[in-house]
Design a protein around this ligand. Structure first.
Ligand SMILES: Cc1cc2nc3c(=O)[nH]c(=O)nc-3n(C[C@H](O)[C@H](O)[C@H](O)COP(=O)(O)OP(=O)(O)OC[C@H]3O[C@@H](n4cnc5c(N)ncnc54)[C@H](O)[C@@H]3O)c2cc1C
Length: 406
């Protein structure tokens, strides 16, 4: 399990804590105010997220492990973990900027040209925020089936098609997009990965309203959108390795997300306050919820400990993703069950301003975003259990001859 900090790490931790104490408020376990999913509140939250990112950048905390030449701190993985641990105790707006940085940043460092790497500093400072234009109406789990086309015209790529479920596209300045640039070769081989400007003519962003009432993601229509050829990462038709690298980083981020106000411990405290802790059935369900949360926490510690020692983790990231999604949903259901009839209410009428109800309704985000649970289970079957790979009949045929390619 997790070892104690070394002397250097303890000094680093104290520095992080001191800076956070000077610049942010400690997270409170008190019930939060009303949830506001209006477009105005979302835009306001977005600006706060950018401000916090800029503040961290200016103080040298925006990306602990990134090289200093790209605006990072040039630090170690353990320092990055320490920073995240400390930051999670404070009430700070991290949100989608962290997710998008975690996806495109490492991909540009690994596959980008020097010109493309120039974007790293501006994205790290929060000056330009990026969205992920991967999924399409006919390409999600099977991402290599993308049909949005990229046509080379002079020294530009001309893009036409539609993307969907694009998180925060309505606020994004730039996007990284997966395109079909060659339909005459098997599907994984005719894909390019490009960087585009989201604020150009030809891009139409239509927010989709979720059952929680927020505009988390969007449909994005691309009509003769242009990007210079030098914005294609890893070369024309060579985008698949970049795409899979981004997906790997996305999965790792999602599996380790923590929601601190909606924990089993806060449920137990509630049950104590209301006296329901004396009921045997309540104790049993709370016991289950608490045990699951502990198991998840210990699995995360095991994963971290392996990374610290430079070992291959013996916990598969998909296990964390599946358990976080399924047990998180169970915990939210238990919370509304504990509220008795009040559990049927929503918004300001519900206990804690409907925070748990909001969690119940966000189930899809955890079970589908970053790869569906079924797809993660398939991966586990192959990687962890050594089961035979799923049969694939479309690997060698040109894309245009596939049913999805028509
Ligand atoms: C909150 C959220 C945020 C998102 N943000 C983004 C974003 O920013 N950018 C972006 O590009 N996309 C984003 N997505 C889209 C997400 O990546 C896709 O929804 C996901 O990959 C699934 O694709 P799909 O919706 O097309 O479902 P499909 O792939 O059509 O799957 C439909 C059903 O079939 C099952 N299925 C599919 N293939 C298999 C298989 N081989 N074996 C067993 N079952 C299978 C799936 O599990 C699912 O139940 C987001 C989604 C959510 C929920």
């Amino acid at each position: 399990m997790r070892r104690e900090d070394t002397l250097e790490e303890a000094v680093f931790r104290a520095g992080v804590r001191g800076w956070l104490e000077d610049n942010a408020a400690l997270r409170s376990d008190e019930p939060v105010g009303p949830l506001d999913h209006s477009p105005e509140a979302e835009a306001d939250a977005w600006e706060k997220m950018k401000d916090w990112q800029r503040k961290k950048f200016d103080a040298g905390w925006a990306a602990i492990t990134w090289p200093t030449e790209y605006g990072g701190r040039g630090g170690t993985t353990i320092e990055s973990m320490i920073f995240n641990e400390e930051q999670s105790r404070f009430d700070v707006p991290i949100g989608f900027i962290a997710a998008s940085l975690g996806m495109i940043g490492p991909a540009l460092m690994r596959f980008g040209t020097e010109g493309q790497k120039k974007y790293l500093k501006t994205m790290l400072r929060g000056d330009e925020v990026w969205c992920q234009l991967f999924s399409e109406p006919e390409a999600g789990s099977d991402l290599a089936a993308v049909r949005t086309s990229g046509r080379v015209e002079g020294d530009e790529l001309v893009i036409n098609g539609q993307k969907v479920w694009t998180t925060s596209a309505q606020f994004a300045d730039k996007g990284f997009i997966v395109l079909r640039t060659n339909p005459d070769v098997p599907k994984h081989m005719g894909i390019s990965f490009a960087l585009i400007d989201m604020k150009q003519p030809g891009i139409e962003v239509r927010p989709l309203v979720t059952m929680r009432g927020d505009r988390h993601f969007n449909e994005v229509f691309l009509n003769d959108v242009r990007t210079p050829l030098d914005h294609v990462v890893n070369g024309i038709d060579q985008g698949w390795p970049v795409t899979t690298f981004v997906l790997m980083n996305e999965g790792a981020f999602i599996g380790t997300t923590i929601q601190t106000r909606t924990t089993a411990t806060s449920l137990i405290e509630d049950a104590k306050r209301t006296g329901r802790i004396e009921e045997s059935l309540v104790r049993q369900r709370l016991g289950e919820t608490y045990a699951r949360e502990r198991v998840l926490g210990l699995l995360q510690e095991r994963l971290k400990a392996a990374l610290l020692d430079g070992r291959m983790p013996d916990v598969d990231g998909s296990v964390l993703k599946i358990l976080t999604a399924e047990w998180g949903h169970e915990r939210a259901l238990t919370a509304t069950w504990l509220q008795r009839a009040d559990g049927l209410l929503a918004g300001g009428d519900a206990p804690m301003h409907g925070l748990w109800q909001d969690q119940v309704l966000s189930r899809g985000a955890m079970t589908v975003g970053g790869g569906t649970l079924e797809v993660h289970r398939n991966g586990l079957g192959e990687r962890a259990l050594g089961l035979p790979r799923e049969p694939r009949f479309d690997r060698d045929l040109p894309f245009k001859e596939l049913k999805t390619g028509g």
